[in-house]
Design a protein around this ligand. Structure first.
Ligand code: SAH
Length: 356
């Protein structure tokens, strides 16, 4: 037995894997073979890398690990939405969701274990942030959810949203590395414009996305277009004011030519009046944007209530009348707590509670 902590081989790039083979007196092309197994074939077991000799596989096993994820407690909603926990190699849990629709199959994936941003309406915000996910763990979620789409619906995965647990822009490098593999021909070969990263609004990292000239879409969880109100529900707004975030988004648009989406949860008696719509309109005028008005999904603490549908309709009608595209997004998978903001390992906690 050795006490050596083995390197997660997926944290290495192609050259580093080739170098490891060369250092072991082997051929560099073996590194390429392993790399193809890891990403293009999404293989998480050295023993299944069948074009490598037994000795090579043993050497890999002795020196490296593949920290993959395991699906636990898969649940199917009565609207077809599928949610599952994913157990990470160190025991942590995150969640991912498949949202089926006629014309698309969308995977919703997590980027962190827990979240540090403490948004008042979000179930994940009530958890501590434990750690960032690795690019391999993000990639694995997409691979597994893609398999559900094929298995349950015989359809390929078409879209990915980073709207699961965590703040993707606070795990910037790993999220971008995962997207690079998801979109690369060496990986899953999916189109970047079918991927949306959703952020609570970290101005500095939005600017970095622009400088990195990313090709995926960006959504801002706005929820209030007035600093005083936004501070009340999203503490991140205190250090990233609407002005700063707005300027960063303007820069993002300038660099990428992408139209940003604003997510706007309509809370009863809080942000769904015509005055709120006017403020939102003013914010939308800064650069091309569209608005998704989202129904609030209860997280069970009674702090917020969802807005009435006629109020939501009036709110959207006001925006539309003034030239802003605004759509109401009805929630999916509510019966299994798979809807936005409801991901908090509830099922697993209940299971643990019952076991205990
Ligand atoms: N941290 C990122 C991504 C995770 S949240 C972000 O803030 O965007 C994904 C989306 O779910 C966000 O738009 C978030 O505001 C929304 N959301 C969170 N809690 C919700 C709730 N209880 N009901 C409806 N949407 C919620």
């Amino acid at each position: 037995m050795t006490n050596m902590v083995k390197t997660d081989i997926r944290s290495l790039n192609l050259d580093q894997i080739k170098d490891a083979f060369i250092a072991n007196g082997d051929k560099a092309f073996r590194g390429l073979q392993v790399y193809e197994w890891l990403w293009k074939k999404a293989c998480t077991d050295f023993n299944q890398m069948t074009n490598l000799g037994i000795e090579t596989r043993e050497w890999l096993q002795h020196n490296f690990v593949i920290n993959d994820i395991a699906t636990v407690d898969k649940q199917v909603s009565n609207d077809g939405t599928i949610k599952s926990g994913f157990r990470l190699h160190d025991g942590h849990l995150v969640e991912g969701v498949l949202i089926p629709a006629d014309e698309r199959m969308t995977a919703c994936v997590s980027s962190q274990v827990g979240c540090s941003l403490t948004c008042k309406f979000c179930a994940t915000g009530k958890m501590e942030r434990e750690r960032n996910l690795t690019s391999g763990e993000i990639y694995d979620q997409v691979v597994q959810i893609r398999n559900w789409a094929m298995h349950h619906f015989q359809k390929p995965l078409t879209n990915i949203v980073f709207m699961g647990m965590g703040e993707p822009l606070l795990n910037y490098a790993n999220v971008l590395k995962a997207i690079d593999k998801i979109t690369s021909q060496d990986g899953l070969g999916m189109a970047a414009d079918r991927i949306t990263v959703s952020t609570a609004g970290i101005a500095k990292m939005i600017r970095k996305l622009a400088d990195d000239e990313v090709r995926f879409n960006l959504a801002l969880s706005l929820h209030a277009a007035n600093d005083a109100k936004r501070n009340m529900i999203m503490p991140i707004n205190e250090s990233n004011s609407l002005k700063e975030v707005g300027e960063a988004l303007k820069y993002f648009h300038l660099k990428t030519k992408k139209r940003v989406t604003f997510e706007y949860i309509a809370f009863k008696n809080f942000n769904e009046s015509i005055q709120d719509a006017k403020e939102l309109l003013a914010f939308c005028k800064k650069f091309p944007a569209k608005v998704n008005v989202i129904e609030y999904n209860s997280t069970g603490d009674g702090q917020f209530e969802k807005a009435d549908s006629d109020k939501i309709d009036q709110f959207c009608a006001y925006l539309e009348k003034n030239g802003v595209v605004a759509k109401v997004r009805r929630s999916r998978g509510k019966d299994i707590d798979a809807a936005c903001g409801q991901l908090a390992n509830k099922k697993h906690e209940e299971a643990l509670f019952q076991e205990g």
